[in-house]
Design a protein around this ligand. Structure first.
Ligand SMILES: [Zn+2]
Length: 253
């Protein structure tokens, strides 16, 4: 058995740590200090580091961790992320022995070209592609790629827990409410999110079912969202047209 805990880091990052009382693995350590403090406080030994993508706020702590723990670093090899010891691609699997977890690797471009996700039964580490109530920005590749990647994640089993890398849920749900003011599930989630944040608790992980019910970027065929966008001048009501309009609106929201 194991637990997965959020370690807050930098401004609004979460470094997810898988731990079983003895061993630990971290996902996207943007800072070393908070991870080292968690390991020490809980008497844990770091076994491995997993990276979803090469942005500095996801890899900035790797060098510092490896000064203490000479562990494998999984992810996609790239000049911007020289720390990777095991290069991962679509269809690869990664077994974390201490926890009995086997991850399937998914390539999910659209935030960065070489962004990957780690999928195990009921567990998804999706980095900066899918957020609570929202999605990542399109820094590389096309919006069509980002849309396609999000659709892949949306089709995972309902109960899959979604471990996003940032605490953006409250702001994302304000946008979701602007898109679908009459959606009761968005209203409920926004209220629950406010309570969690007021208590300084993470709003994550969410689930694939909750994202499908409340995240506008997974709901591009919903009539209420299309009507909202049409009032704002949308003419291209294809799924990609709606997705593009949502992403552009959110960039300015
Ligand atoms: Zn990123």
């Amino acid at each position: 058995m194991f637990n997965i805990t959020a370690i807050p880091a930098l401004q609004d990052n979460y470094i997810w740590i898988i731990h079983n009382g003895q061993h630990a693995a971290v996902v996207d350590p943007g800072e070393a200090g908070p991870v080292l403090r968690f390991l020490n406080a809980h008497g844990l030994q770091l076994n491995s580091i997993l990276c979803t993508h090469r942005h500095a706020d996801h890899i900035g702590g790797i060098a510092g961790l490896r000064e203490v723990y000479n562990v494998p670093v999984y992810g996609r090899r790239h000049p911007d992320n020289p720390h990777i010891t095991h290069d991962l691609h679509e269809g690869d699997s990664l077994e974390l022995d201490p926890f009995g977890i086997v991850f399937a690797i998914l390539e999910i471009p659209g935030h960065l070209n070489d962004h990957i996700a780690y999928l195990a039964p009921e567990i998804l580490f999706c980095g900066d592609v899918l957020f609570g109530g929202g999605c990542g920005r399109n820094f590389e590749g096309s919006l069509a790629q980002l849309h396609h990647s999000l659709q892949r994640l949306a089709q995972l089993p309902d109960h899959t827990r979604v471990y996003c890398a940032h605490e953006y849920t409250a702001a994302n749900l304000r946008f979701a409410l602007a898109c679908e003011p009459d959606n009761p599930e968005v209203q409920q989630r926004a209220a629950a999110t406010q309570q969690l944040r007021a208590a300084n608790l993470p709003t994550l992980p969410s689930t694939v079912a909750l994202e499908n019910a409340t995240n506008p970027f997974l709901r591009c065929t919903q009539p209420e969202i299309i009507r909202t966008l049409q009032r704002r001048g949308l003419t291209d009501t294809t799924e990609l047209g709606v997705f593009t309009a949502l992403r552009e609106w959110k960039n300015r929201f």
